[in-house]
Design a protein around this ligand. Structure first.
Ligand code: A3P
Length: 296
């Protein structure tokens, strides 16, 4: 399991290097990473795990409602980053005592950086994956609007950075591999962003079973309605409009940007697609799992 040995502070830079992964200083610190490593997970905790831009805030919207049986109060009273805090971020220490039970959290950590108490616990994990071609596009716009991240350059330059892992939380393939080999058995459930877009009520039913909630069809439909792209875009507690413009500039690109499957088709040239595909295929060629999407 991880130690803090591998933390590099780069004065003047916007990021920390933690076990080789770039994390923004705005939201992470040596203290927050120590807090995460020493954090004691409970058996009843539920952790949503994502590589950035795979549907994290969507799950922040959904999970409390699945756990509380559809009570919308937290959605309208608590900003999403405090409602379902990030394990590794500074806010966790400030809000952890106010979290209702069962506690819901999110993390972008790869498996090997999870705190020791996580393995010892029975905490459940929901791992959300998204087609990496759409992840990189979403990430490209996010790097432009989030002023606490390095400028992404051109999309062509960003393709190289993404493939080299010189982006938030490192390489996409490393993240997916780490969680696909987690050996958590029935403690982990895999969901794709695409299946959520296609049929959110079906995903909610699967989550309800996994978390042993037994939600009625009425509650499922109510959650789906309140967690739609439009509902979230209109919700001040979920659309990041409460964040000062100096940190996140929605005029450049809103956090809730398009919310669709396949926007990569509007961004990749054939040559970029070939480069992207060949690197990912090489890095995944010996894996026992297959991806639910074609890289073509
Ligand atoms: P796009 O940039 O493609 O629109 P994360 O929360 O992991 O940072 O992921 C952000 C992506 O999830 C953004 O993708 C955002 O629009 C999308 N998203 C968030 N809520 C959504 C919803 N209710 N429906 C569809 N997509 C959603």
């Amino acid at each position: 399991m991880a130690s803090l040995v591998s933390l590099t502070e780069c004065p003047g830079d916007l990021s920390l290097l933690y076990h080789g992964l770039l994390l923004p200083k705005e939201t992470h610190s040596a203290e927050s990473l120590k807090f995460a490593q020493e954090f004691r997970l409970k058996d009843s905790d539920v952790v949503v795990v994502t590589y950035p831009k795979s549907g994290t805030i969507w799950m922040q919207e959904i999970l409390p409602l699945v756990l509380n049986g559809g009570d919308l109060t937290p959605l309208h009273t608590i900003p999403n980053w405090d409602r379902v805090p990030w394990l590794e971020e500074k806010r966790l220490a400030l809000v952890v005592d106010q979290l209702p039970n069962p506690r819901a959290m999110v993390t972008h950590f790869p498996y090997q950086l999870m705190p020791p108490s996580f393995l010892a616990s029975k905490a459940k994990v929901i791992y959300v994956m998204r087609n990496p071609k759409d992840v990189i596009v979403s990430s490209y716009y996010f790097h432009q609007m989030a002023r606490f991240l390095d400028d992404p350059g051109t999309f062509d330059e960003f393709v190289d950075k993404f493939l080299e892992g010189k982006v938030l939380f490192g390489k996409w393939t490393d993240h997916v591999k780490s969680w696909k080999h987690s050996e958590l058995g029935d403690r982990i459930m895999y969901i794709t962003y695409e299946e959520m877009v296609q049929d959110l009520p079906a995903t909610l039913r699967r989550m309800s079973d996994f978390l042993e909630r037994d939600l009625s069809e009425d509650v499922i439909q109510k959650i789906a309605q309140h967690c739609s792209f439009k509902a979230m875009k209109d919700n001040q507690m979920s659309n990041f409009k409460l964040v000062p413009r100096e940190l996140m500039d929605s005029e450049i690109s809103p956090f809730l940007r398009k919310g669709v499957v396949g926007d990569w088709k509007n961004h990749f040239t054939p040559e970029q697609l070939q480069r992207f595909k060949s690197v990912l295929q090489k890095e995944l060629q010996n894996e026992s799992f297959t991806l639910p999407w074609s890289l073509e």
